[in-house]
Design a protein around this ligand. Sequence first.
Ligand code: PGA
Length: 262
Amino acid sequence: MEVIISQDAKSASDKAARYIADVITRKPDCVLGLATGSTPLHLYNRLVQMHKNDGLDFSKVTTFNLDEYLGLKPEDPQSYHYFMFENLFSKINIDPRNVNIPDGMTDNVMTFCNYYERKIRESGGIDLQILGIGTDGHIGFNEPTSSFASRTRIKTLTRETIQSNARFFGNDESKVPQHVITMGIGTVMDAANILMLAFGKDKANAVAASIEGPVSAFTPASILQMHRHVKFLIDEPAAANLKLSDYYKWVYDRKPEWNRWL
Ligand code: PGA
């Protein structure tokens, strides 16, 4: 596990964008796992800039999004379909046929979830998964006590997540769907590489529990301690409760020259 603490969310996101651009350059037909929410917004802006200014080419890239609200149509501004096209896909040269987002309007959730898992497998698996973290330590919408072995399925959101996401629904909790489709923790852990982004003081407890706490389904992101290739790209406020932050900075300052680009 690599913990990289940046001054602010913008510089952490710039590092994430450089990392993703490097993956795409090395493997133009790579498979990316993508996240929504406020955390990846700057990252997606940077990728759009890299596409426009530096020709970063998404034409062969395939994407799988982590999750979607059940009951929201793709054209609903609160849906993650809408979010992804608004903030990224409509601004880059990705082939819409290579875009995969869970279908929040499916009339057969279990069949859809099995299909989504199969499609990830048939694509060759996710090369790089981008993650954000919930204040309760969730990844995707895998709320506390989600099984570490879980696959794509329906979940019921916690009150905390509903309250926290109400800001996207005019601060009206009653408008936030209570059910979602989300990749499972087992699905996320199958990705070859994982980039976790976490910004702001509200994430400090979840970040510390995930990196330095015991591995426990109570903090879903703590399973990342068991992944071989995971990087936490976090800002100073999100790092506030880490006991070993000086050590993580020490390591970063001493990265070997060949690995310094990040
Ligand atoms: P946020 O959500 O990026 O809007 O903070 C992250 C999450 O809940 O996973």
